[in-house]
Design a binder for this molecule. Sequence first.
Ligand code: PHE
Length: 444
Amino acid sequence: MNKFSRIGFILAAAGSAVGLGNIWRFPYITGEYGGGAFILIYLLAILFIGLTMFLAEAVIGQNGQSDVSTSFVALSTSKNKNWKFAGFMVATGLIILSFYSVVLGWILDYVITSFSTLPNEASIAGANFERLISEDVGSLIVYHTLIAGTVIFIVLKGIKDGIEKINLILMPLLGLILAGLLIYALTLDSFSQAVSFMFTPDFSKIDSHALLAALGQAFFTLSLGVGTILTYSASLPKKANFVKSSIVVAIVDTVIALVAGLIIFTFLFTAGAESAAGPGLVFISLPVIFSGWGMLGHIIAVSFFVALVFAGITSAVSMIEPALRFFIERYKISRQKATLICGGSFYFLGIIALLSMSKSFGAHLTFFGKNAFDIMDFMTSSIMMPLAAILICIFLAYFVEKDTLKEKFLAHTNETVFNIWYFLIKFIVPIAITILLLNKLGAI
Ligand code: PHE
């Protein structure tokens, strides 16, 4: 049977969790919300909301041993067939993957250009970035094709020879590159400034936006609400300790986000650069800093962007897997056929996403003032992921026998842990996510 080994599961789930969310998004939103206090809230969100949801997906997946739909039906008390509709969440991963692959394409361009040229001024770096995403459609299509092709090639080989193997190779390499960059950051004077920025809380910067941003980030970074963790857990041997594995993955993900933050803020502060530059932090601010470091700057730039590609690829393969498994199990088609359908769909949507940001096609692919790229991002992270998460909570709290769940948890942990988890999943997590959803929809 095509299953993960224990370590394979941990690596693959960590590979899914650690992605652009950790190395690109986490540092820039931490910068925007002023550092320490935001990180503190983020850590609480990971512990109480993120880890709780992670365990929820893991327990459903491991016991269902199947795709999202089938696992829901199997675990529900009444075996009610309508739970198959929970399978809608597999579409979320495909949509995220469409624009995630486009962003990975930008990063591929940065890997290549970092070998030869680095911009020495923010205005030049900004103009380069702008040109890449709005004018250089040809290159973007090539990059997107390369990334999509790589993802498809890996998943075609299946869980063990594809997904587990790529994680076994890329995760240690990612760890090595980040360790190297961290060691270099440690030698710089601004390291202590980065530490105090990240770990001295200034609560005046925190408002409801910051709270919700921390919650949203905790969700995205742990790959929740997409069926990814659920589907990966379905390939976890039935006796494996899902509680311990979930905790390890949450810790690895958090440590990597913090390390990425330390590296990036140290670099930024060395040059006296702004920490609140937003999404351009990695694409605009960093290259300018690297350009001031001569040869070393090129080496660091290439390693940094390669690390981003590695982190992104291991996440990308995890976004398509729920949909593949869904097609394979429900429609009894081969992995090859499923990959053709799902790969084709996300590749096509990705082309739409990248064209929607271009000068020439943007106007045709903009609806209600938002381009297709932003619409896909909004639909998934603001609507579909929270909806799926709320559904998972309601399902576990009201439609699955409490004793069944208790038994699964008690095989690996004590009753107190189970009771806390159950309380969180029944009350706290759904309320917090409903607030997040309503806020995103502009209702509050
Ligand atoms: N967790 C990944 C990241 O941080 C993104 C992701 C979301 C992966 C949803 C899979 C599913 O980049």
